[in-house]
Design a protein around this ligand. Structure first.
Ligand code: SF4
Length: 323
């Protein structure tokens, strides 16, 4: 166990990894308040950090920040301008072990989890303020569970950024054990399940890392979260014609979600370097949307941002980690 001096040195070296209460427990509430305020609220030059902006790539409404970490690994964070403000798409891991077949981020497997501080700093060092955070960048966020939850507590702290809970979304492929744990947390964040299939066989092919998670139990677990926290659940569904948009897919989606507080978000495939699917035309996605709506589901097509700069869903992977 560390003595007080050791704890203070840890705070000085990497203050973004600590909650307000943790710091208050070491240096007192007043000092914690002053530290949080100077870290998160002041306009002083941001000199303390353990991640660095290596490059910012810009498109019309999208900016991709490539951050370098202390061990020279890189991650990406994407800012998307919307009518209602700015959304930051934040990473939680370097690489990903789930290896979805439509996503570049898992191509080289998992290199490591991000620390709490590395997650918080991705927001802190953005050049523009954001009003929405989605944990939808590189990595399966629930596989870095403790760091994710602690980072959310820090981001929400009224002594610091005071980020509204409503503006925070976790996106997950749905490891059941972690979903059940999340259900018991006292944080009413928005939840997105990347479902992409309605039967185990197709899901296993698209999301190999989830093959030991029963698809029906996964759906039950997210619906249970949504009910307990009174939050509308979003189901992300990448439309792959002939693979997951058949009559039986429509039937199953209707059976699961028709009478639930659910929005189906249809995604168009973003071609990344070596992946197997062709780009899907808008007509095919719209046809699937109409079918689902005719059957009483609430459906939207998610507009893809940042394709040109490889910043859209499924395209995030840092070229620097391949060196
Ligand atoms: S979609 Fe998400 S879970 Fe799947 S490989 Fe990409 S980062 Fe990992």
């Amino acid at each position: 166990m560390k003595n007080i001096h050791g704890n203070i040195v840890d705070i000085i070296n990497d203050p973004f990894g600590f909650t307000f209460n943790e710091i208050a427990g070491i240096i007192g509430e007043q000092n914690s308040s002053a530290l949080f305020s100077s870290l998160y609220k002041s306009n002083l030059p941001k000199k303390i950090h353990t991640i660095w902006i290596k490059e910012i790539v810009k498109d019309t409404d999208t900016q991709k920040y490539i951050y370098e970490l202390f061990d020279h690994k890189c991650i990406e964070t994407v800012c998307i301008k919307r009518r209602t403000g700015m959304t930051a798409c934040v990473s939680t891991q370097v690489g990903c072990l789930v290896k979805c077949s439509f996503c570049e981020s898992g191509k080289n497997g998992l290199l490591r989890n991000l620390t709490v501080s590395e997650i918080v700093q991705q927001i802190h060092f953005l050049k523009e303020p954001v009003n929405r955070i989605v944990f939808m960048g590189i990595g399966e966020s629930l596989y870095n569970y403790d760091a994710l939850i602690k980072a959310i507590h820090i981001l929400r702290d009224r002594n610091g950024l005071d980020f509204p809970t409503d503006g925070i979304t976790i996106s997950t492929v749905g490891p059941i054990k972690m979903l059940r744990k999340l259900r018991e947390e006292h944080i009413k964040i928005q939840l997105v399940l990347s479902l992409h299939a309605t039967n185990q066989k197709v899901r296993n092919a698209l999301i190999p890392g989830m093959s030991d998670n029963d698809i029906k139990e996964t759906v039950e677990a997210v619906l249970s979260y949504s009910k307990r926290h009174n939050r509308k659940l979003t189901i992300a569904y990448l439309v792959l014609p002939g693979i997951n948009d058949t009559y039986s897919d429509i039937k199953q989606l209707v059976e699961w979600f028709k009478h639930e507080n659910v929005m189906i978000n249809l995604l168009e495939h973003n071609q990344a370097n070596q992946l197997i699917f062709k780009d899907v035309c808008r007509k095919e996605v719209e046809h699937f949307k109409n079918k689902l709506e005719d059957n009483g589901l609430e459906v939207k097509i998610r507009v893809s941002h940042g394709r040109k700069i490889n910043a859209a869903c499924g395209q995030l992977v840092s070229k620097y980690n391949n060196k």
